[in-house]
Write a protein that binds this ligand. Sequence first.
Ligand code: NAP
Length: 479
Amino acid sequence: MTAHNITLIPGDGIGPEVTKAARKIIDATGIKINWEICEAGAEVFKKGKATGVPQETIDSINKNKIALKGPLETPVGFGEKSANVTLRKMFETYGNIRPVREFPGVKTPYSRRNIDLVIVRENVEDLYAGIEHMQTPNVAQCLKLISRKGCEKIVRLGFEFARSQGRKTIHCATKANIMKFSEGMLKRTFEEIAKEYPDLKAEHIIVDNCAHQLVKKPEQFEVIVTTNMNGDILSDLSSALIGGLGFAPGANIGDNACIFEAVHGSAPKYAGKNTINPMAVILSGVMMLRHLGEFKHALDIEHALFVTCAVDKVLTRDVVGDANAASTTLFTDTVIKNLGKRLDGVVDRPYKPLNIDNSNIPIASIKPKERFVEGVDVFIENIKPIVELGKAMEQAAAAASMKLKLVTCRGMKVYPLTTNSVPDLTDQVTARFAGNGPLDDSQIQKIITEVGKVANWSHIEKLHVFDGKPGYTRAHGEE
Ligand code: NAP
């Protein structure tokens, strides 16, 4: 039997306890694993490493291609980035698979509803690209970047994953009704790629209704593909249906490396108390074993967990409350004692290896035949009365041989005013200028120079037209 080399990151807070439990159980199956223990997170930040991920950890994952990771604490507010997000992005783990399955012996208001769904969350794009700027001292901006390539990868992962588990339906949850370009990109890609999978019933659902339906009738879902932020929220919500974050495992899937980790965080208030539920990381380990092709060991652990919860009724405090709770270590030892046992009545899924090849997805698969720039949005800091600013922008436009279309504040037209109501302003507005035909960069530079003479601008956006279709949205109130 060849040994697997795996990077193990104990993590912060409850991380060391839960990863220790997972490692002990995995080792007890008899599988040969060389664990390489690596650091990331709070201690690394404290040592002054701004990414929270030291080079040795990066080298280890690069070499081993597989990591089992405990949760990492994320500094809140300004400064360091989340080491979790850094790891996901560094290894381009573009997909985060989060199964949510009713657990035998764990009573919840949803028990016996046969919840068995999987959230396939895009993992590196969206608002989590972490591109944030203060546009003015009072207005913050976070860029939501969604690429066609990213959508193709996550949608294919969703369909291939659904197939590998013999699922029949797949949903795509987006907010495409409001964010037509960004969230809409995932919807369009999903609908296109769905044609290649006629064996799966594919449906789009608006994400807020998806949240509603998940609470109302979760058993209708099998696989839900979604964007990064939506997936983060939907997966926490879904985990609560089956007993909470203690039962929610996850796998970060990339072409070159996969990182397995629970959905939950470092839960600092429980750190070191030997009371936390280690199941989510153990189940992440089960996903890891299946990824390695170790299907028998994975099934052994899964059934040992079932027997521990449903037959022995050894359960942690998050399920049974403090009075009747088993400690983390007692739970772990009971699972080890139950290795090899099977729980009757559980239908095991037909797991198959994933069959994914992303190497042929081009950087730019959409190639417009015709394109031009028909205007420009200039983002401006302003505390002057809006009419004064609007008139100054009209003059700037005239000097650059352009036309001011309108001024908006947070996407709403505020100049020229069409009603008598005074708009509620912030200190950031956007002036939209149109050319008298396609614009070149020299005209854009000219308008920026003219605007800069009377106002402090912070950024610009070109208004593209691709194959006759505007590559920008109208403002609210724009004719
Ligand atoms: P959290 O650590 O997930 O904890 C939230 C709550 O979930 C806990 O208070 C507890 O609920 C429950 N919970 C979490 N893990 C559990 C487990 N194993 N068993 C039973 N219940 C569990 O979320 P947070 O408090 O928002 O975040 C804490 C830190 O973790 C932050 O720094 C955050 O950035 C980080 N984080 C890291 C990751 C990651 O590494 N992937 C993910 C999320 C958050 P009760 O209070 O009801 O008992």
